[in-house]
Design a protein around this ligand. Structure first.
Ligand SMILES: C[S@@+](CC[C@H](N)C(=O)[O-])C[C@H]1O[C@@H](n2cnc3c(N)ncnc32)[C@H](O)[C@@H]1O
Length: 243
């Protein structure tokens, strides 16, 4: 079982996470592609397929980072109105550079700086919400889920894509060996930050498993909560609908 030595104390988590992502922002996309052998693109597409937002709807991508999910949303529906929000300015700077370089030319797309635990939007503002590989990083999952539900219109879905705990022992052993052993090495070599890529896998250690996270969705007031496992359950896509 991996130790939790790279995890910050809960009281410092927000600042720690922001600084950590600031330090890896310039190489974040490259490390992701190497770490997942580009499979992350297919996982994002699978998550977006579960959003079922109306064409041309307004979607908020929470913890948008360098914009991968936001750009994928626009590839899926170029008429969507996408707002990405993240509290790490250097990650947003990469997202804005990608948009300016033409990744979403002509799209209705904005990237805003903000904390997903206190969203700067009115109640019922969005037709859908997404989050990619980030729920492990928020300070309080329950507050975050309640806040996401608040900004969704009735009937709108929230889709959360993240690594998860594989229920199958064989998959879990293989995944843990890769995630806790190889990922920090890739992080050191490609991302030039062994510390950050030691924290990232360890952030899964205390994270709820897929069934427990589904229950947290329900407790936060979402209805029709469920999840789909990918990669033997090492990746999970959770979905909940705002009542
Ligand atoms: C692993 S990255 C994921 C980025 C992107 N969603 C993706 O799929 O590649 C996690 C992101 O969550 C952001 N983040 C963590 N906690 C946050 C919070 N409370 N409010 C806003 N952003 C947050 C970090 O700044 C970072 O950009």
């Amino acid at each position: 079982m991996p130790s939790a030595q790279a995890l910050p104390p809960q009281s410092d988590k927000g600042a720690y996470v922001r600084e950590m992502f600031a330090s890896i922002a310039p190489r974040y996309d490259l490390v992701n592609r190497v770490m997942t052998a580009r499979m992350d693109e297919a996982w994002r597409a699978a998550a977006i397929a579960m959003l079922r937002a109306p064409r041309g709807g307004s979607i908020v991508d929470l913890c948008c980072g360098t914009g991968d999910v936001a750009f994928a949303l626009l590839r899926d529906d170029p008429s969507a109105q996408v707002t990405g929000i993240d509290f790490c300015d250097p990650m947003l700077a990469v997202a804005r550079r990608r948009a300016a370089a033409g990744e979403a030319r002509g799209a209705r797309l904005q990237f805003l700086e903000g904390d997903v635990m206190a969203l700067p939007f009115g109640d019922g503002s969005f037709d859908g919400a997404t989050m990619g590989f980030s729920m492990r990083n928020v300070v309080d999952i329950d507050d975050t889920l309640r806040e996401i539900r608040r900004v969704l219109r009735s009937g709108a879905r929230f889709v959360n894509l993240d690594v998860s705990k594989a229920p199958n022992r064989f998959f879990k052993r293989a995944f843990d060996a890769y995630f806790y052993g190889i990922v920090p090495l890739i992080g050191a070599l490609v991302g030039r930050s062994k510390k950050a890529y030691t924290y990232l896998p360890q952030s899964l250690t205390n994270h709820p498993d897929a069934e427990a996270l589904r229950e947290r969705f329900a407790r936060a007031g979402f209805v029709e909560c469920g999840f789909k496992r990918l990669m033997g359950g090492s990746i999970a896509i959770h979905v909940g609908t705002a009542p």
